[in-house]
Write a protein that binds this ligand. Sequence first.
Ligand SMILES: NC(=O)c1ccc[n+]([C@@H]2O[C@H](COP(=O)([O-])OP(=O)(O)OC[C@H]3O[C@@H](n4cnc5c(N)ncnc54)[C@H](OP(=O)(O)O)[C@@H]3O)[C@@H](O)[C@H]2O)c1
Length: 297
Amino acid sequence: MSDSKILVTGATGKLGQKVVSSLLNDFNIAPEQLIVTTRSVSKLNELCKLGVEVREADFSNPESLTKAFKGADRLLLISIDASGPRTQSHLNAITAAEKAGVSHISYTSMPAAEESPVVFAHEHEATEAAIKLSNIPNVAILRNNWYFENLPEYFASVLQTGFWLTSSGEGKIAEVSREDLAYAAAASLVKDIKGKKTFNLNGTEALTHEEMALQINTTLGTSIQVVQLSDEVYKAKLESFELPKPIVDLCVTMDKHNRLDLSAGNGQDFESLTGRKPISFKTWLNSNKSQLLKLAE
Ligand SMILES: NC(=O)c1ccc[n+]([C@@H]2O[C@H](COP(=O)([O-])OP(=O)(O)OC[C@H]3O[C@@H](n4cnc5c(N)ncnc54)[C@H](OP(=O)(O)O)[C@@H]3O)[C@@H](O)[C@H]2O)c1
C-alpha cells in the first residue's frame, strides 16, 4: 500500500492495542503512517514516543472528531463499549470520517446484527447501515464473533463455581481470539478492499456450551457442568444473584442469540481476509492455562 495515513480509534482498548501492534509488527506499517485516537492522550505516551501521532477524540463530541480524523485516509472505527449512547456516537464518527474524506473505513460489528435479539444489536445494525449509506467508497464491516476472552473477563464465575448456567441449548458458537480479530482488523486496513464488504469473522469451530466445557475440562482438569435452563429460569437465576438488570438482559438475549445459531459459522471469511487460520479454542486454552487455572482456584 502507499504511504497514506491509517487511523485507529479506541487505541487504548484491549482490541485497539493489539490492532496497533499488529499494524506495526505484522504489517510493518511505519509509526509515522499511523494516527491513533483516545479520549485521554496521556494513556498512549508509549506510542507517541515511537512516532505514532496520538490525537484526542470523543465520539460524543463531533468537533473533536472532525479535528482528530483530519488527514486520515483509512480508518478503523472500533465500536465503543458504552451501550446506550452508542448509535449516535458511531454516527458522529461516520460523519466526521466522511468530512475528512477517508477512502476506507473498517468497523467492528457483531454476528447477524440485523436478526440478533441481543440488547445492543440494533446499535451495530444502525452503524452498519449508516456506513453502507455513507459516501465512503471502501468499507469492511468486520462482524466479530464473541471473544474467547469473554470467559475470564465476563464469565469467570463459570471457572470459579464449576457451573455454567445457560439457555443456549444446542446453539453453536464459533468464538475466536481477540488477537486474531485484531490481526484481521489490521489486515482490513492494509489490504486494498474495493467496494463495501462484510466479513463474518469466526473461529475455526462452532461449539455448543457442552462442547466448550468439555474442552475446558480436558485442558484445565476442571469439572465444569453445563446447566441448561429456559430463558425464564435463567433470567430468574441471574436476578437472584442481584445482578444489575442490563447485565441480566444482556446474558439472556445473548444466549437466545446463541441458541438461534446466530454465532455459528466458519473461518472462511477470516481466512480470505488474512490468508491464515484463526487459533482454535483448545490452543487458546493451552496458551492461557495458568491465568485460567488461577481463576478456577
Ligand atoms: N466480540 C466480543 O465478544 C466483544 C466483547 C466485548 C466488547 N466488544 C466490543 O468490541 C469493542 C472493542 O473491544 P475491547 O475489548 O477493546 O473494549 P475495551 O477495552 O473496553 O475498549 C473500549 C474502547 O472504546 C473507547 N471509547 C469508549 N467510549 C468512547 C467515546 N465516547 N469516544 C471515543 N472512544 C471511546 C475507549 O477509548 P478511550 O477510553 O481511550 O477514549 C476504549 O479504547 C468494545 O468497545 C465493544 O464494542 C466485543
